[in-house]
Design a protein around this ligand. Sequence first.
Ligand SMILES: Cc1cc2nc3c(=O)[nH]c(=O)nc-3n(C[C@H](O)[C@H](O)[C@H](O)COP(=O)(O)OP(=O)(O)OC[C@H]3O[C@@H](n4cnc5c(N)ncnc54)[C@H](O)[C@@H]3O)c2cc1C
Ligand SMILES: *[C@@H]1O[C@H](CO)[C@@H](O)[C@H](O)[C@H]1NC(C)=O
Ligand SMILES: *[C@@H]1O[C@H](CO)[C@@H](O)[C@H](O)[C@H]1NC(C)=O
Ligand SMILES: *[C@@H]1O[C@H](CO)[C@@H](O)[C@H](O)[C@H]1NC(C)=O
Ligand SMILES: *[C@@H]1O[C@H](CO)[C@@H](O)[C@H](O)[C@H]1NC(C)=O
Ligand SMILES: *[C@@H]1O[C@H](CO)[C@@H](O)[C@H](O)[C@H]1NC(C)=O
Ligand SMILES: *[C@@H]1O[C@H](CO)[C@@H](O)[C@H](O)[C@H]1NC(C)=O
Ligand SMILES: *[C@@H]1O[C@H](CO)[C@@H](O)[C@H](O)[C@H]1NC(C)=O
Ligand SMILES: *[C@@H]1O[C@H](CO)[C@@H](O)[C@H](O)[C@H]1NC(C)=O
Length: 538
Amino acid sequence: METTNITTLVFTFLVIFLCPWPSYSDSQEDFLSCLSVRSDNKTLISNIVYTPNNSSYLSILQSSIRNPRFTSPSTPRPQVIVTPVHESQIQDIVHCTRLNGLQIRTRSGGHDYEGLSYRSQVSFVIIDLINLSEITVDIEQETAWVQTGATLGQLYYTISQRSRTLAFPAGGCPTVGVGGHISGGGYGSMLRKFGLAADNVIDARFIDVNGRIFDRRSMGEDIFWAIRGGGGASFGVITAWKIRLVRVPETVTIFSVSRTLEQNATKLIHKWQYVAPNLPKDLLIAVTIRKVNTSGAEERKIIQATFISLFLGRVDSLLPLLEQRFPELGVRREDCREVSWVQSTLFFGNYPPDESLEVLTSRVPLTNLYFKAKSDYVQEPIPEQGFEGLWKLWAEEEADMAEMNWAPYGGRMREISESALPFPHRANNLYKILHLVYWNQSGEAASERHINWMRRTYAYLTPYVSKFPRAAYVNYIDLDLGVNNQDNTSYAQASAWGIRYFRNNFNRLVRVKTMVDPNNFFRNEQSIPPLYSWWKKN
Ligand SMILES: Cc1cc2nc3c(=O)[nH]c(=O)nc-3n(C[C@H](O)[C@H](O)[C@H](O)COP(=O)(O)OP(=O)(O)OC[C@H]3O[C@@H](n4cnc5c(N)ncnc54)[C@H](O)[C@@H]3O)c2cc1C
Ligand SMILES: *[C@@H]1O[C@H](CO)[C@@H](O)[C@H](O)[C@H]1NC(C)=O
Ligand SMILES: *[C@@H]1O[C@H](CO)[C@@H](O)[C@H](O)[C@H]1NC(C)=O
Ligand SMILES: *[C@@H]1O[C@H](CO)[C@@H](O)[C@H](O)[C@H]1NC(C)=O
Ligand SMILES: *[C@@H]1O[C@H](CO)[C@@H](O)[C@H](O)[C@H]1NC(C)=O
Ligand SMILES: *[C@@H]1O[C@H](CO)[C@@H](O)[C@H](O)[C@H]1NC(C)=O
Ligand SMILES: *[C@@H]1O[C@H](CO)[C@@H](O)[C@H](O)[C@H]1NC(C)=O
Ligand SMILES: *[C@@H]1O[C@H](CO)[C@@H](O)[C@H](O)[C@H]1NC(C)=O
Ligand SMILES: *[C@@H]1O[C@H](CO)[C@@H](O)[C@H](O)[C@H]1NC(C)=O
């Protein structure tokens, strides 16, 4: 350890003071000539390669950054961005980055909470999948092949153009990419009925560290298991998913009702914990908590809970069900709307349900604010006094644009075993919390204040949420978990966050990683490590 540190120091000294640029541009140029040599069409390659010299380099880099914290000039930038249009080009990129000591970051929709798909501390190349986004729907078979550069909105839109009664159960935000989303699990308004997006994947195309292309049969069940919820970035590059579409009624019902603390919101969310996870599978009622302005003479901020719902049926069946299970919520017929499933995706994407469906295909998000997020799982209802304490933290100014999203579990999530996929949070969970804090001022000071608020809030909730481990969702990746580690890539250190994301599945992920990428080429700050002893021998 001591020797390693000294060697590292001396090396760093040499790199910084003696030869800063040559090593930088050498590997870049060697990488580019390697790509060019390997490609049988030079024009095609030069059309998809961007270095900082290209005028559109920055706009390509920033076009898929979904957290402006990582657009600042101090964020390390890639030496090269490549936007492949064929799988074979990814094979070449993998080969040429390895040959030249560069790292790969694969980017689909760019929604990674910590920006890991487009920033790295070491010299790296971005494979930006934006132009690998073909979607082929097979209505007869009720399946689709989706290339991993496509967004959820593009997928929903494409399905809706072919059928009103087929759908796919995935996330709410239409600009999220299917590459990151499905490889981390992926849930949305139909998870109680159909489970995760990853639960509905039946085949995939995958490129490994040696540049070989596999499908489900040739990659084998271990890798196919790992990439459905274990996070894609640890294993290779997934280029396409084959998904099973699900059947939905022609008409579904949505509603959204809001109650402030003064309208008994605390009592309602307390009751919600008992009701929402036990409703029939066709009904999801999620909660969003945020601060809003009071109207009237003296304007102030007040906490409000919004109950957002999708019912896979008509309003006439929904109302008696709500009257029986959750009368306190007081949902009236005029709060509800009957729409098609694809219109419900507009609603969950924060668009009016009457918005033109084409907005689903846009890669431009509705808002782009600075944010920090964390996740929690709740296994026992939180008592009312637990919420009262939370509201004191929410009274602080840093929480003015904070948000909590609660996703109820139960239903289908209760039926799938913990080890079926790497995603382990199934039965025993009442709901998942997404903690978010947004802000809109640039600079370190604002960032520090808001992140600090988020950490204090997370600390406050410790007694009320899952324990041993305090579980987390890998699609809400959080570099705070295991932050004190000197070496994030060793097995021992990685288990600090690995157990939270994957519980008992972590060990199997390590075994798959050791098999498919023993030298740890595909890695990031929280990727699955190969077993060191095995790695050393090879
Ligand atoms: C506004 C917003 C709303 C969200 N809503 C939901 C939601 O409703 N439900 C939910 O479950 N999650 C949600 N998420 C989280 C989202 O699922 C994850 O951030 C997801 O990883 C994003 O995928 P991406 O392709 O957009 O991100 P990227 O940043 O492109 O990728 C995320 C990670 O996956 C890796 N990766 C991407 N593509 C590939 C590939 N083809 N092969 C291998 N590795 C790959 C990247 O290297 C990176 O490590 C939301 C996130 C945001 C910012
Ligand atoms: C090479 O690619 C370019 C750009 O896509 C295309 O116009 C050209 O026809 C290709 N040439 C050959 C020989 O395939
Ligand atoms: C970027 O610049 C290089 C060198 O000038 C050029 O060969 C390449 O075609 C440019 N890439 C694009 C996508 O324009
Ligand atoms: C980028 O520009 C610099 C100076 O303009 C030049 O020396 C270098 O070769 C260029 N790199 C590429 C990859 O074209
Ligand atoms: C994607 O491909 C289209 C044409 O096929 C091209 O116009 C566009 O520039 C490409 N985008 C990127 C980011 O490479
Ligand atoms: C809040 O609850 C109290 C007592 O449970 C009830 O009397 C009151 O009407 C409720 N207020 C609203 C706005 O629902
Ligand atoms: C709330 O009020 C503040 C000023 O007090 C204003 O800046 C903000 O835009 C308002 N928010 C909403 C959602 O209306
Ligand atoms: C930033 O947020 C504050 C607080 O909500 C608001 O008053 C202000 O108008 C916002 N500024 C910008 C530039 O959006
Ligand atoms: C480990 O992760 C922390 C948190 O992101 C980071 O600050 C640190 O540099 C990482 N260490 C290594 C060796 O990557």
